[in-house]
Write a protein of this length. Structure first.
Length: 445
């Protein structure tokens, strides 16, 4: 009888744009999440979580044509081709509506708006929420950009104007300062100014999103290259749009001509003039933000010279909740780009979010119940501790603690059990001495 063929071993690999996180990286990420969460709570924001999967009807049309292409669609379960008409199979565009009704969420703002619309009757407005969860985009992976990544959002629903904007700036500054990021720039613009500019150059009204998308390329290809793109189609951009003329008198004159911005000008002038080592404010008339739902202020935070792109972004939007049948409420939000921020923070071995070492309880001939008693006594004192799972050679157990980076090893045997004592070994100084069990916690703190 022939021998059965062994199954071929699977090569361990991940799809491009996805990552695993080891213990040190997970601790570092949790540290960032916890740091930002505490700041959000300080400003009165409440936590929210939504499912990874949303209906396509919820997501489509909210992110622009390019954003819709980046949705990770999910095939319908079962025989998804069973009821598809033959005519629909002629192209991807005609087939997709029949075989996929859901997608992984693209961001956290649209799911939040859907949730607010569904629960508006029970909420107190202005409603303030924060949300830290993964999102998915079928994008081309590159430095600081992944297909699965976490977003960290704050949004206030039912408020608009300069005061919420000031709060977003304060939250951004507090978050970056707490994480040790310095030298960031808060780029600020308003969609009404973009509409004003499009009208001045006589851009077709039904192609406003195209105008914004092209102008928004300025930070990537430069002002002169963007000017050339517009000239090729017969449009001359006004000089006051050039972001190098940060908040020029000519730009301010145009802002004053926009009713929704005129009243904010005194505060905006003060904002632009103020800066510190963490964050400076810059008016950027080319900043458009690609998402379709923004209607008011838009902003991005970048660190010059970092080469990771924007590390936070957001804006004001007016009708997103009402799109889902909820009340017509203005809103404003800020999203921290966690992955890019973590890239700026450097290697996980730098110590950010490092967890204190545990204490290893090593044992040879003590009873398991006494070993357990030692561990429990350390836990009661608020220390991290666990016992080695088997009574192996003491040298092997100590080597394990050294490789884990622990400082303290509590050694127990039959003799220590009889007297309710332990041997405490300091792996840093290599000093070992005998202590009563109740004194161990104090010696290790």
């Amino acid at each position: 009888m022939p021998k059965a063929l062994k199954p071929e071993k699977i090569r361990p690999a991940l799809p491009s744009g996805f990552r695993d996180f080891g213990p040190a990286e997970v601790r570092r990420r949790r540290y960032v999440f916890q740091t930002l969460s505490e700041i959000f709570e300080r400003y009165g924001y409440e936590p929210l979580e939504t499912p990874a999967v949303e209906l396509l009807s919820v997501l489509l049309g909210k992110y622009g044509e390019e954003g819709d292409k980046l949705l990770f669609r999910i095939l319908n379960s079962g025989d998804f081709l069973a009821d598809v008409p033959e005519a629909a199979k002629e192209s991807t565009a005609t087939l997709l509506p029949y075989i996929t009704e859901k997608a992984l969420r693209y961001d956290l703002t649209v799911p939040m708006a859907r949730w607010v619309a569904q629960n508006a009757g029970t909420l107190v407005f202005p409603f303030k929420r924060y949300q830290i969860q993964p999102v998915w985009r079928a994008d081309r992976p590159q430095r600081g950009r992944f297909r699965e990544f976490y977003q960290c959002d704050v949004d206030i629903v039912g408020a608009e104007g300069i005061v919420p904007l000031l709060e977003m700036i304060d939250i951004a500054r507090a978050g970056l300062r707490a994480l040790g990021i310095r030298g960031a720039t808060f780029h600020l613009n308003h969609r009404s100014l973009l509409e004003y500019a499009a009208q001045e150059v006589r851009w077709p009204k039904n192609q406003f999103s195209t105008f914004c998308t092209r102008l928004d390329k300025t930070d990537k290809i430069g002002w002169q290259a963007v000017e050339a793109l517009f000239r090729e189609e017969g449009y001359n951009l006004p000089a006051w749009l050039n972001p190098a003329d940060n908040f020029s008198s000519q730009l301010q004159a145009h802002l004053a001509a926009i009713p929704s911005l005129e009243k904010d000008l005194p505060v905006l002038r003060e904002l632009i003039s103020l800066s510190d080592e963490t964050l400076s404010i810059q008016w950027d008339a080319t900043l458009a933000r690609g998402l379709e739902y923004y209607t008011g202020y838009v902003y991005e935070i970048r660190v010059p010279g970092s080469r990771v792109g924007s590390i936070a972004a957001g804006g004001a939007y007016a009708s997103l909740v009402s799109d889902f049948g909820g009340p017509d409420l203005p809103a404003m939000g800020l999203s921290f780009g966690i992955e890019r921020i973590l890239t700026l923070l450097g290697d996980p071995s730098s110590g950010a979010g490092e967890s204190p070492s545990a204490i290893l309880v090593a044992w040879i001939d003590a009873s398991p119940t006494y070993v357990q008693k030692v561990v429990q006594s350390l836990h009661k004192e608020g220390l991290r501790a666990f016992a080695y799972p088997a009574a192996k050679k003491l040298s092997k157990q100590i080597e394990y603690a050294q490789r884990r980076g622990f400082r303290w090893v509590v050694i127990v045997g039959a003799q220590e059990e009889q007297t309710e004592h332990v041997q405490l070994k300091d792996l840093y100084s290599h000093v070992q001495h005998t202590l009563p069990l109740h004194a161990v916690a104090t010696a290790c703190k």
